[in-house]
Design a binder for this molecule. Structure first.
Ligand SMILES: Nc1ncnc2c1ncn2[C@@H]1O[C@H](COP(=O)(O)OP(=O)(O)O)[C@@H](O)[C@H]1O
Ligand SMILES: O=P(O)(O)OC[C@H]1O[C@](O)(COP(=O)(O)O)[C@@H](O)[C@@H]1O
Length: 334
């Protein structure tokens, strides 16, 4: 018989559609009481736990608004803050904690694992947790970007010869713009992992534009232009567009997708992944696991030690190969 009965859940860092599915799977587990703290790690210190009923959770699976509000916390970056979190969880009679978030949140969870059992459910549209092939919310965001690219292609076809630029999230890892660009067959994708030679970029766009067709360029918000980038800074495409305009004499049609790409009702794939990942997290905790990351590995959802998280996520090589084949990756071309 497991000693874990009262499980608390937080969402931490950037929100991501689909997570309600994980909450539903956990909330419907027999002999488990599920509680939230709104507001990430800070919420644990500042708020009372809120009990969530299995019915409420089940009804919210397909909705884009998360049942548990996310947050970013500075307390967690210091030992004293981590201690306060553990003390409050003890005071609230919580036996185990599920942290839903990305790399940073996983590090936070790890720092608490000496004090109580923790499981991390990967949640970020960026799909940038080294150790899991998937993070909840990614598919919905890829769909949102791909849909925008599809629409642009239609207006591009109706009035040919224009240059379009679409700036996306995924500042520290290009998995998101890469997946969307491949899915929607954009012409060029610029990723933060590789250095950008502006002259080469301009020459390439000029050459493609000279063929009379429209050119659709996907740009990660974190593309290398200067080293002062912080995730969430948007607008790098203004400078790129200006450089292109000056050399081509053609106006660049610019769209910054911003937070619209991080919202929306989740795709069924995200609902399915979230349910499986939530189930895996609660099973691991009930089985006595102490510090786990729920991960997709070789297509299967499983619990792996938190220590197995690799710091630097790597771009999916299958997607890189496809993008390379379609001449989208001009940063890597000779
Ligand atoms: N090195 C760390 N040690 C402890 N907690 C951390 C660390 N890095 C991040 N966190 C916690 O995780 C939260 C979310 O991290 P962030 O990097 O913003 O998002 P994500 O989890 O999506 O990567 C931070 O606000 C902080 O509370
Ligand atoms: O919500 P914020 O603080 O503006 O952050 C924006 C960042 O959040 C993300 O959407 C997701 O990032 P995390 O999941 O790592 O928090 C990034 O793609 C983007 O750069």
């Amino acid at each position: 018989m497991s000693t874990v009965r009262n499980i608390a859940l937080i969402t931490s860092g950037g929100d991501a559609p689909g997570l309600n599915g994980a909450i539903a799977a956990i909330a419907q587990t027999p002999d488990v009481n599920l509680y939230f703290y709104h507001g990430g790690f800070d919420g644990i210190i500042e708020q009372d736990p809120i009990a969530i009923s299995p019915t409420t959770a089940r009804e919210a699976v397909q909705q884009g608004e998360l049942l548990c509000f996310s947050g970013r916390s500075t307390h967690m970056l210091h030992e004293a803050g981590q201690k306060r979190v553990l003390e409050k969880l003890k005071q609230d009679c919580i036996d185990a904690l599920i942290v839903c978030g990305g790399n940073g949140s996983a590090q936070g969870a790890r720092s608490l694992s000496a004090g109580l059992p923790v499981a991390v459910v990967p949640m970020t549209i960026d799909n940038d947790i080294g150790g899991s092939e998937y993070t909840i919310g990614h598919d919905t965001a890829v769909n949102a970007i791909a849909e925008s690219l599809h629409r642009l292609r239609q207006t591009a076809a109706n009035l040919p010869g224009r240059i379009f630029m679409v700036e996306t999230f995924g500042g520290r890892c290009g998995q998101l713009p890469l997946a969307a660009a491949v899915a929607a067959s954009a012409d060029i994708v610029l990723l933060p992992e590789y250095e950008l030679n502006i002259d080469k970029f301009i020459t390439e766009v000029n050459a493609r534009s000279a063929r009379g067709k429209s050119v659709i360029i996907v740009v990660s918000e974190g593309i290398y232009l200067n080293k002062r980038f912080s995730a969430g800074d948007q607008g790098v495409s203004f400078a790129l567009a200006r450089a292109l305009e000056e050399s081509t004499g053609k106006r660049v049609r610019l769209s910054i997708l911003g937070y619209t790409q991080r919202a929306g009702d989740p795709t069924s794939y995200d609902c399915l992944m979230a349910k499986q990942m939530g189930q895996c997290a609660v099973d691991a905790l009930l089985n006595g696991e102490k510090a786990m990351l729920v991960a997709l590995k070789e297509g299967r959802v499983k619990a792996i030690p938190l220590t197995a998280i690799e710091q630097a996520p790597t771009l999916a090589k299958e997607l890189l190969q496809l993008a390379f084949k379609e001449n989208q990756l001009i940063q890597l071309e000779g």
